[in-house]
Design a protein around this ligand. Structure first.
Ligand SMILES: [Zn+2]
Length: 337
């Protein structure tokens, strides 16, 4: 669990939140908005610990008091973590929050409610939460997280102090990976390039899944290049079974096509996300036309957002693979000999 002062890439937000704690100007409700994996939850946890700490220094948690240890071990009685139960946050969960809010805090300090994927609240749950947000008892702090804040009603948004979490710039991610995981610069740069500004993803890649996932993406691209209708549909069915993995795979696929495109256009190895794969990239570049690659990247982006937005994964993948399959769309125009 990180301290606020250790959080990378969101300096302005961290400073504002630390000042709020320091100057006792904490709002009743916060919304941390931004794509998955950029650090919303990490920041929210660090902020919650700072809010509950008995001896905060410069607005940040001390890490040593009883309260800090309880937050760290997820057993602080005044810290409540709310996640969707299944696909949504249901009214029963919000009623439970309401019930707790009306009591005094157990340990005499603040009460903190961290609501993950807030946009999944049902309409009833939203109405119920609004009542609490309209007249929040003193010392109660809601921190809501959402990758789709546009799906939250304006009545909720207007009652929250909103912070937009943007993807972390590549160079900051690279130095953080070197500092936090002791990676060599080249490897850190590679993982940063592929993680799309997400520290969570970069750290996950750093544990060793990266090479395997990238190989899966380049393998998929090669298979699609040759695929006809039946093969494309088969691949869609097979891959649709793991929604979480598929989003990662599609992001990897975008990076892969991007490298092939960059190589075709510039022939510059230093511009590649995968400079260690230059031989394969070079070989693949001969199989595509620039226009097809641009189209492929745009199409994957579009389908990825549909899957994020809970479209039927299998249908979305079928549509994507049918559009990418070279055997149907004649991508093999300039294969050469
Ligand atoms: Zn403390």
């Amino acid at each position: 669990m990180l301290f606020m002062r250790e959080i990378a890439g969101h300096g302005q937000i961290v400073r504002t939140l630390l000042n709020a704690v320091l100057n006792e100007r904490v709002a009743h409700a916060y919304l941390f908005a931004g794509p998955e994996g950029v650090g919303k939850a990490t920041t929210a946890l660090a902020f919650a610990r700072a809010l509950l700490c008995a001896r905060p220094a410069a607005g940040d948690a001390c890490g040593e008091c009883r309260e800090c240890r309880q937050v760290e071990h997820a057993n602080h009685p005044d810290f409540n973590y709310v996640r969707p139960g299944g696909s949504s946050i249901k009214i029963e969960q919000v009623r439970e929050i309401q019930r707790k809010v009306t009591f005094c805090s157990y340990q005499g300090g603040r009460k903190v409610y961290l609501i993950e994927q807030a946009e999944t609240m049902t309409a009833e749950a939203v109405n119920c939460l609004l009542k609490t947000l309209e007249e929040p008892p003193g010392g109660t702090v809601f921190i809501m997280l959402s990758a789709f804040p546009q799906a939250l009603p304006p009545t909720i948004l207007s009652r929250c102090q909103q912070y937009i979490f943007k993807p972390i710039p590549g160079h900051e991610l690279t130095s953080s990976l070197i500092k936090l995981r002791g990676l060599a610069r080249e490897e850190a740069r590679l993982l940063a390039a592929f993680s799309g500004g997400s520290m969570g993803k970069a750290l996950a890649y750093a544990t060793g899944s990266f090479q395997k996932e990238r190989a899966a993406a380049s393998g998929l691209a090669a298979a699609l290049r040759e695929a006809g209708v039946l093969e494309a549909l088969e691949m869609a069915e097979k891959l649709s079974k793991a929604r979480e993995n598929i989003l990662n795979l599609l992001e990897m696929l975008i990076c892969w096509y991007r490298d092939i495109l960059i190589w075709r256009e510039t022939g510059e190895e230093r511009l590649l996300f995968s400079p260690d794969q230059v031989a394969t990239v070079k070989r693949e570049a001969g199989h595509y036309e620039t226009g097809r690659l641009v189209e492929a990247i745009e199409t994957i982006e579009e389908i990825k957002n549909k899957i994020y937005g809970n479209a039927n994964t299998r249908l979305a993948l079928e549509a994507l693979f049918l559009r990418l399959a070279g055997g149907i769309n004649g991508a093999r125009t300039d294969r050469g000999g």
